[in-house]
Ligand binder design. Sequence first.
Ligand SMILES: [Zn+2]
Length: 213
Amino acid sequence: MAENMNGSLVAAILSPQPEIAQTFVATLCGADVPKGQVQVSGLGGVVVEVPPIEPLEVMVEHVKSADFSVMLLRFVDDATLEIALAIMRALPPNVQSAVHIAIVREQGEGEFKMSCPQCGQKLMIKDALAFRRTQCPRCKHPFTIPGQADLVRRKFLIPQEGTVSRVLSGDVESCLNALRVAHRQSGGRRAEMKSTTMRLDSLIIDNAGGTIS
Ligand SMILES: [Zn+2]
């Protein structure tokens, strides 16, 4: 893995709401700075950085040069998700798959914001109501309330075995844990590519695109 000059890993902290990413860095570094360094057990020094979201090309360069990235989501309404998905789509596929998604909550918060699947009305949903049937107060469309993590998995095509971390705003341990999971997610992928060997010498592709032995 690439290391910066003082030997630390670099983590890009992304969010459709830049202030959420900023709070994450401030929680870890104890100061309201866009970039700082933190010691993470098992990883050593990690430089955490909030790249600018715009222009997109500059953001992409920051994320590509980072060792791993975390995307922090608090609200999962359509408008917020559209920004998050636009950030993801701007990244090359191999970088995209290494972005770890984490849900951010305020301490003691037991509800989340999503959109009505029919009319897009923003709705505050209590966690306790997940998996129950309800009706949009605006358009009366009936729907089953998703869990917030399930909704995130669906929108970002995260497989069931993939982890969606949970970060408590201002809580150092949950921020450190998200960094460790993000590092594992990116490292596992790269290590797997390096250790896999494919044998090609016995395969000859004929003109029709099939194989002959
Ligand atoms: Zn509706």
